[in-house]
Design a protein around this ligand. Sequence first.
Ligand SMILES: Oc1ccccc1CN[C@@H]1C=C[C@@H](O)[C@H](O)[C@H]1O
Length: 331
Amino acid sequence: IGVVPKLRDVFAGYFRIGAAVNPRTLVSSADLLARHFNCITAENEMKFERIHPHEETYAFEDADRLAGFAREHGMKMRGHTLVWHNQTPDWLFEKPGGGLADKALLYARLKAHIDTVVGRYKSDVFCWDVVNEAVADEGSELLRESKWLRIAGEEFIAKAFEFAHEADPDALLFYNDYNESHPAKREKIVTLVRSLKARGVPIHGVGLQAHWQLRSPPADDIRAAIERYASLGLKLHITELDVSVFEWDDRRADLKSPTAEMMELQERRYEQIFRIFREYRDVIECVTFWGVADDYTWLDHFPVRGRKNWPFLFDERHQPKPSFWKVVNGA
Ligand SMILES: Oc1ccccc1CN[C@@H]1C=C[C@@H](O)[C@H](O)[C@H]1O
């Protein structure tokens, strides 16, 4: 059989190729990771609820193991994520006697968290998703409702970037979001990031999660989003790429394997996506998949629990799919 080219070598002149990993896939996908990738992101292990479950308790073991793998294999590591409305423990927002914490207490806790976590991984993590998904999806509001916003107002975003910069002045600091190519949400993200930059907040990049489907978002929206974010003069990272075989509102759960049509569409979709990424190689520094191979994806639980999905370039047996060959042959 022909030798399978290494993704990271195929794209050496364009951008780093990354994957989200967790303690299980670190073992099950170790060979694919070592061969094809030169950057990793902890899928959950550096999130607030996992690494700092109680005010006086930090849990570094899993994150340390992932950072160790990156070090052993000469890979870079993206830090994900410091401030988010999801997967964040309730204690952070509570006053000792009960009730909502005030801004001063929340900031003191956030600074302690960031000093501890960013400080610990200073030599392993080269960039952080400092704030994840703060922009509202629908409606006229710029920011989504959250305990962060309720307690501290919109300044929590700038504060998080300032704390992260103080903890590691060398780290590249990113704002990360999904549905980043939807025109309305795209313009809100541009408004937020432009305002942060104008106020001298230490922000260096925008993370496009790129949780995409076979037919959406359209290529023109993806191009427009990359152009608009690039116009801010910041670095772009594709941070959580996967191509679901189901459209967002398709809740069918009857399939045990992808249909031939799905695989044909996915092949053409990945070819189109990587043609766009190569075109914007000057501003895109890193392309990270939100997983490695089809044997495990967060999409197996979201948006439909227990519904299998097949979103990656490698199949459930870790073999390159037709999409893989379209991507490497297009480079
Ligand atoms: O695609 C979405 C739709 C609705 C809400 C959030 C998202 C994406 N949210 C992402 C997905 C998986 C998590 O592991 C990541 O940390 C998170 O950034």
